[in-house]
Design a binder for this molecule. Structure first.
Ligand SMILES: [Zn+2]
Length: 98
């Protein structure tokens, strides 16, 4: 879980923008906490996304290009996939959580 203070830090480190489309919190109204599974990095990460892209992420509809922006590949974003082998440089995040 991310506390309110941590969430503010996360958003600030992404300049209050959706990590996918770059729209600001002001523009989209609210940024939502997108939970990114990065087991190879020891847990999950939380990234700010606009409601549109958060929904797309959760329903696995982001394109490979969009996923790349958050350091994921189509494969690694598969939520139910078993633990996969660590690929060097696969997970690149602007922020570390926890
Ligand atoms: Zn967006």
């Amino acid at each position: 879980m991310v506390t309110k203070a941590e969430w503010e830090v996360i958003k600030a480190s992404h300049k209050y923008k959706c990590v996918i489309c770059g729209k600001t919190e002001k523009a989209v109204g609210v940024l939502e906490k997108a939970h990114i599974r990065a087991s190879s990095r020891g847990g999950s990460q939380v990234l700010p996304m606009c409601p549109t892209h958060h929904k797309m992420y959760d329903s696995d509809k982001l394109s490979a290009v969009q996923l790349k922006k958050i350091g994921l590949t189509k494969k690694s974003s598969a939520r139910l996939s078993p633990k996969k082998k660590r690929n060097k440089g696969e997970y690149i995040f602007g922020v570390r959580v926890g």
